[in-house]
Design a protein around this ligand. Structure first.
Ligand code: UD1
Ligand code: MG
Length: 499
């Protein structure tokens, strides 16, 4: 059975989220623990919303301030109801029903800690409920180990009752069809059934499951909608289950991207969170995590060993062994290996942030390159700039952060320190090893270092008899041919320039 878009909305969805979550052993609400990068509770709310309920009610209790903060920020349309005493699932729904007023259609009850349940399955449950003309329909699954779950006791195909594991007899414990805790109720039957609840059970709680018995006793049909995707009924109670759930959600996300045209070389070591967006012909290499609102355009290659959170990657860019956050990497750019992009990094098209380079709040123009061993913070860099190996943008003087501007086609020699605030004009050059504190005008060469001083025969005087002294003695004093050749070539070029 499938949902049709014309399916009439339900009167309400009630999401139960008041439980203690004690087995998580966490100071944070279980419902805020992330699954694929999103709070567990948000899955329940998104699924609920696909039913277009007239009212969406969340029952809060344990750590309610934390849960309410999420609701206020991301789901302002929900009605929040407090369950002051945790007296069971029936008690929780009793609290919610008070917020509903007149109910003339179905009410769906679901849990905040069942993140894989989809809106589609909820829609199918509602459709089954309507098709069966039921007073109540429960979502069930047949699981290998039903320990702890309420069991579905059937009589002649119909659901006779639900019995909790702790209240079940031996025969009932053999039943492997379990209650997911997700139901559709006729609104009137629910209201009456709730009013009839008594804490007649092992936990002295008000069991929502007893409403099913009430419905049966009042000539109502109680149906079951059996799903074969047992993950959709799986709750999260501890961190072992949380990890298992995350692995399964991730497996499905990665598989979906592969079917949508993304190459994932090693699905097992690839983590892609729920809000990531990928285009076709992206390639993801092993040990890669794409997190938050990261997006990757077609032809880009990410990984291996790369973590990107909230990073936008352009077409055909390559990002290798990199840790990046809140950054933009434009098309055909190259990043890594071993690069760290901190928030506010924008790398232009065809640009490069290379090996052992850290950037922060840095706008780097098209075709500009920082290939090796650089810290670049609070920088505005034009186009076609080359920043030599070991350059440091000294943006912090111990109390203030200051910016550095490099114009178009600037060349910074290796191992320079650029002391901010600093402006280096278009086409200017900085000699290797400079500590630059004064602005450099366009087209100028800045040399800011001591001149080389040669103390001839120093080794013979100060290190007589050493291997260095022997080596110097044996030397014919020839300059290495590669160096000599390069120098001759430079000289020739300079002469040509002078003519
Ligand atoms: C419940 C069902 C059981 C089912 C199982 C599925 C009852 C009596 N039993 O058992 O048949 O197989 O769920 O997971 O309903 N909650 C509140 N307030 C409360 C108690 C619970 O809001 O006072 C919420 C919890 O936050 C949770 C949900 O209800 O989201 C289920 O509570 P839990 O204590 O886990 O119920 P189970 O005993 O597991
Ligand atoms: Mg439970």
């Amino acid at each position: 059975m499938s949902t049709t878009p014309t399916q009439a909305p339900v009167a309400a969805v009630i999401v139960l989220a008041a439980g203690g979550g004690t087995r998580m052993k966490s100071k944070n609400s279980k419902l805020l623990h992330p699954v694929a990068g999103r709070a567990m509770l948000s899955y329940a709310l998104d699924a609920a919303q696909t039913l277009n309920p007239a009212k969406l009610v969340v029952v809060v209790g344990h750590l309610r301030e934390q849960v309410e903060a999420l609701l206020d920020e991301s789901y302002p349309q929900v009605t929040i109801v407090e369950q002051p005493v945790r007296n069971g699932t029936g008690g929780a729904v009793q609290c919610a029903i008070g917020a509903l007023g007149e109910i003339n259609r179905e009410v769906v009850v679901t849990y905040g800690d069942v993140p894989m349940l989809t809106g589609e399955t909820l829609g199918e449950l509602v459709a089954a409920h309507r098709a069966g003309g039921n007073a109540c329909t429960v979502l069930t699954a047949v699981v290998p180990d039903p320990t702890g779950y309420g069991r579905i006791v059937r009589e002649g195909g119909q659901v006779a009752k639900i019995v909790e594991h702790r209240d079940a007899n031996e025969a009932e414990r053999q039943i492997r069809e379990i209650n997911s805790g997700i139901y559709v109720f006729d609104g009137k039957v629910l209201r009456e059934g709730l009013a009839s609840l008594k804490p007649n059970n092992d936990q002295a709680e008000l069991y929502l499951t007893d409403v099913l018995g009430y419905a049966r006793g009042h000539q109502g049909n109680v149906g079951a909608y059996l799903t074969d995707d047992i993950w959709q009924t799986e709750g999260v109670n501890d961190r072992v289950q949380l990890a298992r759930m995350n692995a399964e959600v991730n497996r499905r996300i990665v598989e979906r991207w592969m079917l949508d045209g993304v190459t994932v070389v090693d699905p097992k070591t690839t983590w892609i969170e729920a809000d990531v967006d990928l285009e076709t012909d992206v390639t993801i290499l092993p040990n890669t995590q794409l997190l938050g609102a990261t997006s990757v355009a077609t032809g880009a290659v990410i990984g291996p060993d790369t973590t990107l959170r909230d990073v936008e990657v352009g077409e055909n860019a390559h990002v290798i062994r990199t840790h990046g956050e809140l950054s933009v990497i434009n098309s055909d750019a190259e990043v890594g290996p071993f690069a760290r992009l901190r928030p506010g990094t924008v790398l232009g098209a065809h640009g490069k942030i290379g090996t052992f380079v850290e950037t922060k709040n840095a706008q780097i123009g098209d075709g500009s390159k920082l290939p090796h061993l650089t810290y670049c913070g609070d920088a505005f860099i034009g186009e076609g700039v080359n920043v030599g190996a070991g350059t440091i943008f000294a943006n912090y003087d111990g109390s203030h952060k200051s910016p550095t501007h490099l114009g178009n086609d600037v060349f910074i020699g290796s191992n320079s320190v650029l002391v901010a605030p600093l402006d280096i004009g278009d086409g200017a050059f900085v000699a290797a090893g400079s500590a630059v504190v004064d602005d450099v005008p366009p087209g100028a060469l800045a040399v800011a270092r001591g001149r080389e001083h040669i103390s001839a025969d120093w080794v013979h005087r100060k290190r007589a008899g050493s291997s260095a002294s022997d080596a110097a003695n044996d030397s014919e004093g020839e300059i290495h041919p590669a160096v000599a050749e390069a120098r001759a070539k430079l000289r020739e070029e300079n002469q040509e320039d002078d003519q």
